[in-house]
Design a protein around this ligand. Structure first.
Ligand code: NAD
Length: 284
């Protein structure tokens, strides 16, 4: 068996085209969707992510407002900037690029973003809405992973989904979204005993670990859908996922590649969240 490769890059283009239509409809009503991206410091990987997000905004007809601040910016100054963006009617979504410099408390900063503009879905209000089964502004990486499963036609209801990773931005929300779609869900993490015995039961296996090629073919049930969220840089500079792609591909039913899988979908879902936030924003 060779798995169907779920092409995240192609699917993301399709999602962005759909967002372009929604954005154009809003623009006709004089409501141009706007995303503010806040970047503190000069982390090169963050700068790359911000550029891709700005490019996606342009493609979809979303206005982007970039705030670039030096690494030495005080937390109080950053919080003031967020307050100003919260109050700016042209801005419908606010994204603070992580990681922040060590002297800034990321939790304090992220929780300052108004829930209505929380297009990353990281505020406690957004995560609480997800826990309670309400469609809010959901975290983009897990919602992109869910859309990949849905559009690839992977059955979810009643299936056993195993999520490796329990972060608040990927693993836990992914598990909640799978549960919402009626999967039976197991969450694994660094303290799970006999991980392969658990993952071999998975009809859907979501890998959000951050360890290059850790998920090997013997850990995968034949025919499973494998979603590889991991983005790892190898010593030669190339990117790879958490899944040992070629051997797992030979065993799985569906698989997402890295690069070109969940990564582009994450950006497309961010743009979708900006447009949803614009649609929901009160008319001024
Ligand atoms: P994290 O470090 O916050 O969480 C990693 C999780 O993996 C933890 O819950 C930990 O318990 C678990 N883990 C670590 N070692 C393990 C082991 N040996 N066995 C089982 N579980 C183990 O990371 P994160 O923010 O959730 O991100 C995970 C990966 O996804 C990273 O590679 C990150 O770069 C990537 N990521 C990709 C996107 C995207 O757009 N594709 C977005 C966010 C994160």
């Amino acid at each position: 068996m060779s798995a169907i490769i779920i092409d995240g890059a192609a699917m993301a283009r399709q999602v962005l085209d759909e967002q372009k239509i929604r954005a154009a409809q809003l623009a006709q009503q004089g409501r141009v969707p706007g995303l503010a991206v806040v970047l503190v410091g000069d982390d090169p990987a963050s700068a790359v992510y911000v550029r891709s997000k700005t490019r996606a905004c342009r493609e979809a007809g979303v206005q982007s407002f970039d705030t670039r601040l030096p690494a030495a910016t005080a937390e109080a100054e950053l919080l003031q900037r967020i307050d100003a963006l919260n109050a700016d009617p042209r801005v419908h979504g606010i994204l603070v690029q992580l990681p922040l410099p060590p002297h800034i408390n990321a939790v304090t900063v992220l929780q300052r973003i108004a829930a209505a503009k929380d297009v990353d879905g990281f505020t406690w209000r957004s995560l609480g809405a997800l826990l309670d089964g309400h469609a809010g502004l959901a975290p983009c990486t897990p919602s992109g992973s869910m859309l990949m499963l849905e559009r690839a036609g992977v059955p979810i209801a009643g299936r056993h989904a195993v999520v490796i990773g329990r972060s608040s931005i990927v693993g836990k929300p992914a598990a909640l979204m799978l549960l919402e779609r009626n999967a039976t869900v197991t969450i694994c993490h660094s303290r799970t005993v006999d991980l392969p015995a658990v993952t071999r039961q998975a009809d859907i296996l979501v890998c959000a670990i951050g360890k290059p090629r850790m998920v090997t073919a013997d850990m995968v049930k034949p025919g499973a859908a494998v979603i590889d969220v991991g983005i790892n840089r190898l010593p030669d500079g190339k990117l790879c996922g958490d899944v040992d792609f070629e051997p797992v591909r030979a065993r799985a039913g569906w698989i997402t590649p890295v690069p070109g899988g969940v990564g582009p979908m994450t950006i497309a879902m961010l743009i979708a969240n900006v447009i949803t936030a614009t649609e929901r924003a009160p008319l001024c």
